[in-house]
Design a protein around this ligand. Structure first.
Ligand code: TNX
Length: 522
């Protein structure tokens, strides 16, 4: 009972609540907690428009959930599971009194991911032209419910919403340390709360190869055996990978697999002597240096390797993108680099996929649809990238000083690197995709990505600690209109997530710069 009351007071605040400020110490941070009403203005990412009506809807335990089509029904089921109702989803063309309706509606707001959420005294209606729009509407509704569930008053009004940018990504490096399918699934669940719609898996690097390749089995069985600082490593079988792809797809998340080429390949070189120019396999690598390994360019084995690896990955990846890495290949000449990337591009295209590469790939000859992922700290991506953007290539922005979420929050953070940071929550939030690069306008920006490299990250709790709250900042940058940009407003919205994260057992960083809302008690 106490737990429920806290959930209500913390997440919705039915009764008038006084503001209490508690100073606590958490993982070296001085944090302050506030007790206040959470509701309509706390939706994160900030919606395009949200108008409160003053009405109130009371959602009863077991209230009916209605869906109007085959495509809407799974979203109704998803909502039903979230509410813990155990109620079967009913098929009906219009809202049921006292319930929640998820309706595919061609007259709903325009846009591939847009939705409208209405709450009035009789119930809740989410309308969208697409299933994904309904799914995002459900994520918004979740934020109007208490962290703990149960019969509750939902404030009335209307939200009309659509994303600013089509690509809002999170990257997980499973090469420096390996993470289980269950960990990846939990990351998907936590990320979709903030309307993240791409999961970029950095599957291979010097320290480990994490995806099974039938024609080159030792890549996984040998190359997957190490990680940073030694340890057992691990890899995904094709069935594991398919399970992740399927779990993601059911939540409207597209997996972008990355095989990092032509540098960052020590794990591959260590597994197959024939991939090395001198025919000798190097030892496995467990340090954290970069830039020392390279594929042997003119070797036919390298060609066979590229064909098989990219071909097999394309075959198990329903999404449009294959990421081929392309960063920090400093152990080879620019000519050799361009040759391998150009070859990889041809293979990716032959399999009907769109290439994504770290922005250095702009030095190779790319297909028209290839996407550059910008990662540097600078506000200029270099002449090759400038030309590529001028020629029409789109860019995903992962500026290291903003969106590399492996960086420490401050000097006291117990894990994390610091070459591009430290990156406070405010630093992860205070940037604009339209102006971060002097030479790239918003029309060329496909989206944004929060990248979690895992040299210092070994557990799911570590993942959560570095991504939350900062992933929510990057997600809002990608979703919300520029006009909503405001640190004070954002940090208040962010503080309102604390009871939800606590209820979900998320090991988030209670940084000192955010007014974290109290409850529910742990
Ligand atoms: C840079 S930038 C890397 C990764 C490291 C990361 C650590 C880029 C595409 N590569 O290899 O893990 O920094 O912050």
């Amino acid at each position: 009972m106490l737990k429920r009351r806290w959930a209500v007071a913390g997440a919705l605040g039915i009764a008038a609540v006084t503001v209490a400020v508690v100073v606590a110490v958490n993982s070296g941070h001085d944090t302050h907690e506030v007790t206040r009403t959470v509701g309509w203005t706390d939706v994160l990412p900030a919606p395009v428009s949200a108008v409160a009506s003053g009405a109130t809807f009371t959602l009863a335990e077991g209230a009916p959930i209605v869906a109007n089509s085959d495509a809407a029904a799974p979203i109704g089921e998803y909502l039903s599971r979230l509410l813990g109702h155990g109620t079967a989803v009913r098929r009906a063309a219009s809202p049921a009194a006292g319930g929640i309706a998820v309706l595919l509606d061609p007259a709903a707001p325009e846009g591939p991911e847009a939705y409208q959420l209405d709450v009035d005294a009789d119930g809740v209606t989410i309308r969208a032209r697409t299933a994904v729009g309904l799914f995002w509407g459900v994520q918004t509704l979740r934020q109007l419910l208490p962290a703990g569930g149960g019969a509750i008053a939902i404030p009335g009004g209307r939200i009309v919403d659509r994303p600013r940018l089509p690509y809002r990504g999170v990257m997980l490096d499973v090469a420096r340390h390996f993470f289980s399918v269950a960990d990846v699934e939990r990351l998907i669940d936590l990320s979709t709360m903030y309307k993240v719609n791409y999961l970029h898996l950095h599957l291979t690097d010097d320290q480990g190869w994490r995806i099974a390749v039938d024609n080159w089995p030792r890549l996984a069985t040998e190359g997957g055996r190490s990680h940073v600082d030694g340890g057992a490593g691990g890899y995904y079988t094709k069935d594991d990978y398919r399970a992740i792809v399927e779990y993601a797809a059911a939540r409207f998340v597209t997996v972008v697999p990355e095989v990092d080429l032509p540098g960052h390949v020590n794990a591959a070189l260590a597994s197959y002597p024939e991939l090395n120019c001198d025919g000798k396999a190097p030892a496995p690598y467990t340090g954290i240096n970069v830039g020392f390994s390279a594929l042997c360019v003119d070797d036919p084995d390298t060609d066979r390797f590229l064909n098989d690896v990219l071909g097999e990955l394309a075959a198990i990846t329903p999404g449009p993108y294959l990421h081929i890495g392309g960063d920090e290949a400093t152990a080879m000449t620019p000519e050799a680099y361009a040759k391998v990337v150009t070859r990889a591009q041809a293979i990716v295209s032959a399999h009907g996929k769109t290439l994504v590469g770290w922005h250095q790939v702009a030095g190779a000859s790319l297909a028209k649809d290839a996407v550059l992922e910008f990662w540097d700290r600078s506000s200029y991506a270099g002449p090759d990238a400038v030309n590529a953007v001028a020629a029409g290539h789109k860019v995903i922005l992962a500026p290291a000083n903003r969106a590399y979420l492996d960086q420490k929050y401050d000097e006291n953070t117990r894990i994390g690197l610091s070459w591009a940071g430290p990156t406070s929550v405010q630093a992860a939030y205070d940037w604009d995709p339209a102006t971060v690069l002097s030479n790239v306008k918003e029309a060329s920006v496909l989206g944004v990505e929060g990248a979690l490299w895992t040299e210092t990250v070994t557990t799911m709790a570590d993942i959560e600690y570095l991504l939350f709250p900062r992933l929510a900042a990057v997600a809002e940058i990608g979703w919300s209109p520029a006009s909503t940009h405001d640190w004070a407003g954002f940090s208040a919205r962010l503080g309102a997530q604390a009871p939800r994260w606590t209820a979900l057992g998320v090991h988030f960083a209670r940084t000192g710069d955010v007014p974290w809302v109290a409850g529910p008690p742990a």
